[in-house]
Write a protein of this length. Structure first.
Length: 253
C-alpha cells in the first residue's frame, strides 16, 4: 500500500521519492515530519487536479441537453414542491383531526359540567349557609373565649394574691415551727435539768441521811468521847504538874 516506503522516504528526506509515491496514491502517515513536505503535498494535489481537468478540454455541452436537464430539474422541483405541500397538508389534516377530537371531548366535558352546575350551585349555596353558620358560631366562640380570658386573668390575679398570702403564711409557719422547736428544746432541757435536780436532790437527801446517821452516832459517842477527853485532860494536867515538880527537883540539885 506504499505506507512503509513513504515512511522510509520521509525519514530519509527523499523529496522526489515522496512525490512519486504520493502521485501513485500513497498517503502521508500521521505525525510525519520533513522539511518541504507540505509543499510537495500541495504540488501533488495541483498536478492530480490538472490531470483530471485536462481531458475535459475537448468536451462541449449541447445547449439542448442543458435545456432538457434544466426542464427535468424544474419538473423535479415542482414534484418536490407538490410532495412537500402534500406532506404539510397531511400533517395539518392530522392536527385538525386531533383538534376536532379534542374540541369534541371538551364539548362533552362542558356539557357534563353544565349538567352538574345546578347541583354545584345548590351545594355552593348550602356551603355559603354553612359558612355563615360557622362564622356565627365562631363569633360566639370568640365572645366565650374573651370571657374565659377575662376569667383567666382574674383568676391569675387572685392566684398571685393567694401566692403572696401563701408565702406569708409559709413564712409565719416557719417562724412558728422554729419557735415551737425552740420551746420543745427548752422544755426538754428543763425536763432534763429537773431530772438532774431531782437526782441531785435525792443524792443530797441520801447524803443528809448519812450525815444525820453519822451525827446521831456521834451524838451517842459524844459522852464517851467527852469523858475520855476529860480523863486525858486530867492526865495531861497531872503530867504537867509532875513535870514542874521534876524541874523543881532538878533545880534544887
Amino acid at each position: 500500500d506504499g505506507a512503509l516506503p513513504i515512511t522510509v522516504a520521509i525519514k530519509n528526506k527523499f523529496h522526489a521519492t515522496v512525490k512519486e509515491l504520493l502521485m501513485g496514491g500513497a498517503t502521508v502517515p500521521q505525525n510525519a515530519e520533513m522539511p518541504g513536505l507540505a509543499k510537495i503535498v500541495m504540488e501533488v494535489q495541483l498536478e492530480q487536479a490538472g490531470n483530471e481537468i485536462r481531458p475535459l478540454a475537448g468536451h462541449e455541452v449541447d445547449p439542448q441537453q442543458l435545456l432538457d436537464a434544466e426542464r427535468s430539474v424544474l419538473e423535479g422541483m415542482q414534484e418536490h414542491k407538490r410532495l412537500l405541500k402534500l406532506q404539510e397538508d397531511s400533517r395539518a389534516a392530522k392536527v385538525l383531526i386531533d383538534l376536532e377530537s379534542h374540541i369534541h371531548q371538551e364539548e362533552e366535558t362542558l356539557e357534563e359540567i353544565q349538567k352538574n352546575s345546578a347541583g354545584l350551585m345548590d351545594e355552593l349555596s348550602q356551603r355559603k349557609i354553612d359558612v355563615r353558620n360557622a362564622e356565627s358560631e365562631l363569633s360566639k366562640l370568640r365572645k366565650e373565649l374573651s370571657t374565659v380570658l377575662d376569667t383567666f386573668n382574674e383568676t391569675k390575679e387572685e392566684d398571685a394574691k393567694l401566692k403572696v398570702e401563701l408565702d406569708e403564711n409559709s413564712r409565719q409557719l416557719k417562724e412558728l415551727t422554729k419557735e415551737k422547736d425552740e420551746l420543745l428544746a427548752a422544755q426538754l432541757e428543763r425536763e432534763q435539768l429537773a431530772n438532774q435536780v431531782q437526782k441531785d436532790l435525792a443524792d443530797l437527801e441520801k447524803q443528809i441521811e448519812e450525815v444525820l446517821q453519822q451525827n446521831a452516832k456521834l451524838q451517842e459517842e459524844l459522852p464517851f468521847v467527852r469523858a475520855e477527853l476529860d480523863s486525858k485532860m486530867r492526865d495531861k494536867e497531872e503530867a504537867k504538874k509532875l513535870t514542874e515538880k521534876a524541874h523543881e527537883l532538878v533545880e534544887t540539885l
